[in-house]
Design a protein around this ligand. Sequence first.
Ligand code: 5GP
Ligand code: MN
Length: 322
Amino acid sequence: MINNVSLEKAGHLLQNAESVLIFPHINPDGDALGSSAALCRVLRNNGINAWVLLEEDVPEYLKFMDTEFCTQDQSCIDEPDICVCVDCSEEKRFPGRVDIFNSGRLKLCIDHHVTSGSFGDYYYIDGDEAATAQIIYKLLLAMGAEIDSCVGSSLYVGISTDTGNFQYSNTTSDTHIIAAELLKKGIDHMGIMVALYQNRSLARVRLESMIVDRMEIFSEGRAAVSYVDSAMLEKVGAMLEDAETAIDTLRDIEGIEIAAFIKEKDDAVKVSMRAKYWGRVDEIAVRFGGGGHAKAAGCTMHMAVDEAIALIKKEITNYLEK
Ligand code: 5GP
Ligand code: MN
């Protein structure tokens, strides 16, 4: 853990602000949005002018969440008292909002990425927490804030999605204790499960089948790589976010220790990597300027898909043979 502020102090700063702007990372996932939504809702309940600032639409699969205070309007608050980045701790994780972030009178960072360094005026970064939502839960307790079913649901989405629904090695007794406390708040557990995991569009399933078709297995069956490009999306009428779960399908194959998935996006490619049991993908991602966690990491590469695949395959092969 690296921090220069306690959760009590961070909570005190937030409660005494008049306006707070919250910054989840780009391509926000369940944890980034859930953590941001929960914090925003509590601040609003306390009469604070709070918004969650995004640089894209809320992903379709997360629209069931409490995203009422998510906006792309960069002028929603004039000179915010506090800008807080959530589930990220570097400018390149919110590239289209850096100027607004820096316009905050005070800059706070709450994150759980092991590859993160100190960032902002005040930072609280704990790589041992499975999800940023767990830190937000503890922050809300430190603030003495009421966690109702709405706030609880957002936190539960964050914890569930970042632990692979309590499957991954980051899941601890603490994770289950917090989840249990959230269930006591009367959240709709099954509603959340269906929305997150049992609600795949036909286009998504068809896209995944194409992705599996194009998959390459290498390094003696221990690694898998595949990709998605715009032609594939067009063919099945899918959106890029429909490729979000494909990386799990690759990792879940018997014998695979490391999986990589490459998404063509504008003039760059976004790489997602997963390790199953003993591997560490954060070590591979940092070699390409990215980062993340031991079992889930990523990076952005400015090159064509086939070039990225070749480089990634080489790095993974080196790693597995070491
Ligand atoms: P995903 O593959 O789901 O996009 O990301 C997996 C994990 O790696 C997430 O925790 C995410 O925050 C982190 N991650 C993904 N891409 C990057 C990146 O370019 N830089 C850093 N520092 N972390 C990343
Ligand atoms: Mn997270």
